[in-house]
Design a protein around this ligand. Structure first.
Ligand SMILES: NC(=O)c1ccc[n+]([C@@H]2O[C@H](COP(=O)([O-])OP(=O)(O)OC[C@H]3O[C@@H](n4cnc5c(N)ncnc54)[C@H](O)[C@@H]3O)[C@@H](O)[C@H]2O)c1
Length: 224
């Protein structure tokens, strides 16, 4: 497979490395080579099976518009662009394919499932904590927002507070707490290496290679 990775930052560079290790051809572009999606033309995308985006919120929206308009397939790991989610999903229904996820770690997908189970508890107050590196652009994290949606789906009307911390090079920690009058339950996931995220994104690209339409990683991760 030929994969085009957008973003050569902390995550994109690891995605390119993992994709090469898995035997794929890889091209990678950073902001200077793809200002306002300028590199995403039909000739440049010819032969590319899947584009993987780990850039920044605005850039990801421009990249999705360009790739989907050409009928291409794109995996989006970038977070913070979800105000445009419906627009992007509907573009993907008309041509090409889109797979997006707030977190490509299989461990975090398990945390989502466990949170849905925890959130069925009655009589508890739920809260979420997240810690990331200081250069992360969005707060709360996309993963924390997903966790809140999961709790709120099980506890209609509940107010779930999210506390965000930005510390050094922290790779990503999320905690879901259920506090009751007699005890406290806590689910915690801490990323030790970004490799797990990169591997999840490459496996998602392999899965998307023969699909069309729009998919949330949460719905498909156990098919990988
Ligand atoms: N979904 C997940 O599992 C997951 C995991 C890690 C990071 N993220 C998200 O991915 C995004 C990137 O994170 P990071 O830590 O790698 O950031 P980073 O700042 O280290 O890297 C981003 C890179 O994208 C480049 N870039 C910006 N605009 C571009 C464009 N138009 N074309 C090509 N490259 C462009 C920047 O120059 C930079 O090198 C963030 O939104 C982050 O929240 C998601």
């Amino acid at each position: 497979m030929l994969i085009l990775v957008l973003g050569k930052g902390k995550t994109g560079s690891l995605v390119a490395e993992v994709a090469r290790e898995r035997g794929h051809g890889v091209r990678a572009l950073d902001i200077t080579e793809n200002q306002r999606a300028s590199a995403l033309t039909a000739p440049n995308l010819a032969g590319v099976d899947v584009v993987i985006d780990f850039t920044a919120p605005e850039a990801a929206v421009e990249n999705m518009r360009a790739v989907l308009a050409l009928g291409g397939r794109i995996v989006v790991g970038t977070t913070g662009w979800y105000a445009h989610l419906e627009e992007m999903r509907s573009k993907a229904q008309k041509g090409g394919a889109l797979l997006y996820g707030t977190n490509f770690s299989i461990g975090v997908q398990k945390l989502f499932r466990l949170t849905a189970e925890l959130a069925r508890l009655e009589g508890y107050t739920f809260s979420i904590g997240e810690t990331h590196h200081v250069s992360k652009l969005d707060a709360p994290s996309g993963t924390a927002i997903t966790l809140r949606q999961i709790v709120e789906a099980a506890q209609p009307g509940a107010k779930v507070e999210i506390t965000s911390h930005r510390v050094g090079d922290a790779k990503g920690e999320h905690t879901v707490t259920a506090a009751g009058p007699d005890d406290v339950l806590e689910l915690r996931h801490n990323i030790l290496s970004r490799r797990g995220l990169a591997l999840g994104a490459v496996r998602a690209a392999e899965w998307l290679a023969n699909k069309s339409g729009a998919y949330d990683f949460r719905e498909i991760f156990d098919q990988l």
